[in-house]
Ligand binder design. Sequence first.
Ligand SMILES: *Cc1c(COP(=O)(O)O)cnc(C)c1O
Length: 360
Amino acid sequence: MRKTYFTPGPAELFPTVERHYHEAFEQQLGSISHRSQQFRDIYQHTVEQLKTLMNVPASHGIFFTSSATEIWERLIQNTVEHESFHLVNGSFSKKFYDFSHELNKYAHKLEKPFGEGFDYSEIVVPAYAELICTTANETSSGVQMRPAEIHKLKRANKDKFVCVDMVSSAPYPELDFNTVDSAFFSVQKSFGMPAGLGCWIVNPSMLEKAERMKTHENQIGTYHNLLTLFANFKKYETPETPNVMAIYVLGKVAEDMNKIGIDHIRKQTEKKAKMLYEFADKSDFLEVFVKNPEHRSQTVVVVNVKEKSAGNIIKQVQNDANMIIGAGYGDFKETQLRIANFPAVSLGQIETLIEALRQV
Ligand SMILES: *Cc1c(COP(=O)(O)O)cnc(C)c1O
């Protein structure tokens, strides 16, 4: 019997993914050249579907990398000459900050305790920061930063770039891509695909910055610098031999999501999150971890476990319902559960999960 994965990545596959991979093999996409018209058509289709789904302007580039971790590095290499600024409230946002240090930049951070989030009003941006790094959904703690707050941050700092890590929430957050400069995700989280592809959305003003940095003999990386990525993107090609199958399937999944409608996906996400949070609120052995309701993630629900052990709950739900819940992150492994609420899991599956938790 098949399991249902509520793990926050790799996660449950979107229901159509297997069929699209099957069709990709039937079309022998594993053997085509990435300099062929067939590949260019695939890349173009994926870009068009993603731009429709996430309302990305025609002018923006959409590039493919190995995963989101690579994009952290590329963003810093290509847009930060000296200083970056990071909103840190968990393991992923912290790692992005660490990368900037490792690349010899001066990295500033505003740090919040695990489980707390950021609002625009309390953020003081260092004067010389070139890139402001935000996380739409901190996967380790289940904390979101709402798009409206990210937009205010950019409007108040027009001379700086704002990038958004939307790895565990895309396409849920309704970002205004005329406001933020860049956003990125990996496919194995809320897009419900097997891992192996990062996707990077970039506005052309970042390209200008990378060009300036290159002229000043700064190091901006080799094959995945913004100049090379943009030049290849114009032809719907990639600098290296890419993951053609995943690029194809991502385009198909985005197309499926467009057919469902992004508004419907967003409403369903909120409805399912509400069910999970309300259940945890009422439960006598669970407790919603994130105290401020506005900071509660809609795509990764984190709960504290009281009395019982998190490990035992995970085991029991697996045995009883064949459903896999995520453990807490790092130090919170024994005391928290993380439940991914991605588009791949239906309302019915959330109901079944809640029923299984009720029986614990
Ligand atoms: C998983 C995750 C990443 C890293 O993604 P990889 O695919 O492992 O590179 C980055 N940011 C957030 C918020 C994540 O959840």
